[in-house]
Write a protein that binds this ligand. Sequence first.
Ligand code: HEC
Length: 157
Amino acid sequence: MRFFLAGISSWALFMLAGCGCMDQYSAAPQQWEKLREERVLAHRELPKLTEDGKIPVVDKAAGSGANVAEEKYQAICASCHGKEGDANTPMAQALKPPPRNFTDAAWQGKVDDAHIAKVIKEGGGAVGLSPTMAPWGGVLTDEEIQLLVKKIRAFKK
Ligand code: HEC
């Protein structure tokens, strides 16, 4: 009987350990997902600390629109149109026609928001401009495009 019990319990142990090992494999996709998230986080720019050395609290209700626009703009538009919207980038100098300089008040006065939104969504080609200005409708939601229109307006000097 004792041997039997010992046999049973070591079998149970073996099974438990076995299941533990298997879990490792079945959990692998989730772990990859976690790793990927960690990588993304690790490559995020660190927030600038406030003057008294605290991590700034992002007011989601108030600031998120501007944050979204800033993030999208710097990620996909700044390489051509410049961080400050002045189209003063190496890429801009290489392109003909050059990307629009958003600080140009004369241009800002000439176009309405609907035009800017259309160019962003459907590309330069849709309004008779250079197709180098690609359509971003597949990447950006209409809401994000509206936020970008505001951002472009804010570059006006
Ligand atoms: C590959 C470089 C490139 C990128 C990236 C790019 N643009 Fe452009 N953009 C251009 C060029 C070139 C023009 C000028 C087209 C012309 O004048 O024919 C332009 C023109 C524009 C115009 C002005 C249209 C007008 O009426 O003159 C707007 C607005 C604009 N881009 C917004 C954006 C936004 C917003 C993004 C990011 C989502 C973006 N662009 C990304 C190259 C780029």
